[in-house]
Design a protein around this ligand. Sequence first.
Ligand code: BTN
Length: 237
Amino acid sequence: MSLIQLEEVGSTNTWLKERCERLCDGDAVTALRQTDGRGRIGHTWLDSEGMLPLSVLLKAPPEIETLTLRISIAVCRTLEPIVGESLSIKWTNDIILREHKLCGILCESVAKCDGLNVICGIGVNLSQPEEYFSAAGIPHGGSVKSLVGAECDRLSLARQLAKAVREYSEKSFADVREEYTRRCITLGREVRLVGASERICFAEGIAENGCLICTDESGCFEVNSGEVSVRGLLGYI
Ligand code: BTN
């Protein structure tokens, strides 16, 4: 397994996707600058000097439906010793420190003749100043440096993250569901489900398949992250 380092790339996810047949399970790529980063549900992921982009190639990982949830735990566990505080997860896979988004995760599947490959992309806000996030119109964003003043080595962090991603991609969700539930900041509050339409409900729990278990006046129901994203009633969380 190797970590490829690039000076500049459009998107580390796209770079890996285009080469996955020639690369090995667990290979990863990072870059100093990412000029065309992609986020969930078609959003762009802003480039900035202080952001660490990393993508890891997983060949035919088990339990794909819960993969991003397991990767979220891997990211929390890797970043916690650096920030010195517990990290939370906004369902499904935003990593949260002090109600600010520290990191986003985008897992994409691509079927090739060698089977199903999953590209697991992670963007960590490492050292952008606080003003960067307000100027960029993302006041709920925060970096390791802006929130706790910590610094860390990009390459060493990229290596640690890639290792943790590989480790958690092999785990069963049944074994980490309790930890996910404990970390999930979405639970136990009223939220707005945003998809084809909007719906307000109470977020109750996490199902065995990673779906969000919700209740409203019509009863109990489950939603998956392909259908909806979640917003707080008063803001991002
Ligand atoms: C999100 O919308 O929260 C997910 C953002 C994921 C961004 C990362 S940065 C590395 C990788 N390459 C991309 O183009 N996107 C992901």
